[in-house]
Write a protein that binds this ligand. Structure first.
Ligand code: ADP
Length: 369
């Protein structure tokens, strides 16, 4: 991280370097998220298609009296994958064991977890795409035949001792389904692709969370916060907590539309969920480079950030919001970016319609920088 910007100033980043609109969990999320997680499929808001499909899988498993098929939950952070894994275990009436890809660096790590499961237990494997190759190969057999081969010894004298496992249900979660090898993906009986949430669903999530946190939240305030939450329940719940803090100090705790707007203005989260860094990137792109095209590294220098920060932290949402496009010639602002920052494109500037190009660039695998 570089630059003159004091990034721990309110609204941009927390003291640990994370941002208010970050979809990944940050410092104070862990405890509070536990309290806000819905515990049944019925209480899980939105993602109707996933809920319907998953409901069937679970019902069928219960009717057969056998462990449910393995389930893969694919989608960006903060959309409810961990929550769903807990719901799956709850609906099946089974305990949940939690582990993650990075924790399984050796096949032995996985063997230890698998061999200690009880029959029917649900194993949640977060970030499954980050598991080691050796663990992954062991998992293939475990998923298919409920068996692992423990290799004893080395070289030509090595022997494989088969170890029977109790039937279990694996719930894998990944933010990068594309990185999973085909054989692993194929071993899941059901894959749920989770999408960003509609504003109406986020409103309902906020209303529910406000009830649990004992915050008086009006409908229009919930809609306002929902619209700034980037389609992500984790961000919505976090913004609600910050707005609640503001309301406690400034307005006896009640959150109405004015309080929500004032609080979010103070935290510098704008009407569509951009924070100060996102806006700084857009602002530099528009004012200094006439809307582009401009290379990633030049843009990063202009906002005093590392290229990687701009690319991984800001750009994904700017692209998703239709404000910025990656083209073979560099980053380009879309017409929506000009109107969002209430600026007028200079006459004779590059025609700001890069969508076709951007798509082609991605298909060709061209380096957009
Ligand atoms: P992920 O594992 O995908 O990163 P989590 O399951 O940890 O996401 O969810 C993040 C937060 O958002 C949790 O506090 C959870 O309660 C909340 N949340 C996610 N999805 C929903 C939903 N559909 N309804 C209510 N709350 C949700």
């Amino acid at each position: 991280m570089s630059g003159d910007l004091d990034r721990t100033e309110i609204g941009v980043v927390h003291e640990d370097g994370s941002r208010l609109v970050d979809a990944e969990p940050v410092t104070d999320d862990a405890t509070i998220e536990g309290a806000l997680r819905p515990r049944t499929l019925d209480a899980f808001i939105g993602q109707q298609r996933v809920k319907d499909q998953l409901g069937l899988v679970l019902e069928a498993a219960s009717a057969r009296g056998r462990a449910a098929d393995h389930v893969l939950l694919a989608g960006p952070p903060g959309l409810g994958k961990t929550t769903l894994s807990m719901i799956i275990a709850g609906e099946l009436g089974m305990p949940l064991r939690v582990t993650s890809g990075p924790a399984l660096q050796h096949a032995g790590d996985l063997a230890a977890v698998l061999s200690s499961l009880i029959p029917g237990e649900v194993l949640f494997l977060d970030e499954i795409h980050r598991m080691s190759r050796a663990a992954e190969e062991m998992l293939y057999l475990a998923m298919e035949d409920f068996r692992v081969d423990i290799i004893v010894g080395k070289g030509p004298g090595a022997t494989a001792i088969p170890l029977e496992l109790p039937p279990f249900t694996l719930v894998g979660a990944t933010t990068r389904a594309g990185l999973l090898p085909g054989p692993l993906r194929d071993r899941f009986g059901f894959t749920a692709h989770m999408d960003f949430y509609e504003t109406a669903d986020l409103r309902a999530i906020l209303a529910r969370s406000a009830g649990l946190l004992d915050v008086a939240l009006t409908d229009d305030a919930a809609a306002e916060i929902a619209g700034r939450s980037r389609g992500t329940p984790r961000v919505a719940n976090r913004l609600l907590r910050r707005v609640r803090d503001f309301a406690q100090v400034r307005a006896e705790g009640d959150v109405d539309l004015t309080i929500a707007r004032d609080a979010l203005a103070l935290y510098e989260v704008d009407e569509i969920g951009l924070d100060r860094l996102d806006r700084a990137v857009l602002d530099a792109l528009l004012r200094r480079f006439g809307g582009g095209p401009v290379g990633l590294s030049t843009l990063a220098v202009a906002v005093g950030e590392e290229s990687e920060t701009v690319e991984t932290v800001c750009e994904p949402f700017l692209v998703r919001a239709g404000l910025l496009a990656r083209t073979p010639r560099g980053r380009v602002a879309t017409p929506a970016a000009w109107s969002h920052l209430r600026l007028r494109p200079p006459p004779g500037s590059t025609p700001p319609l890069p969508f076709g190009e951007a798509v082609e660039a991605e298909l060709d695998g061209a380096d957009p920088a």
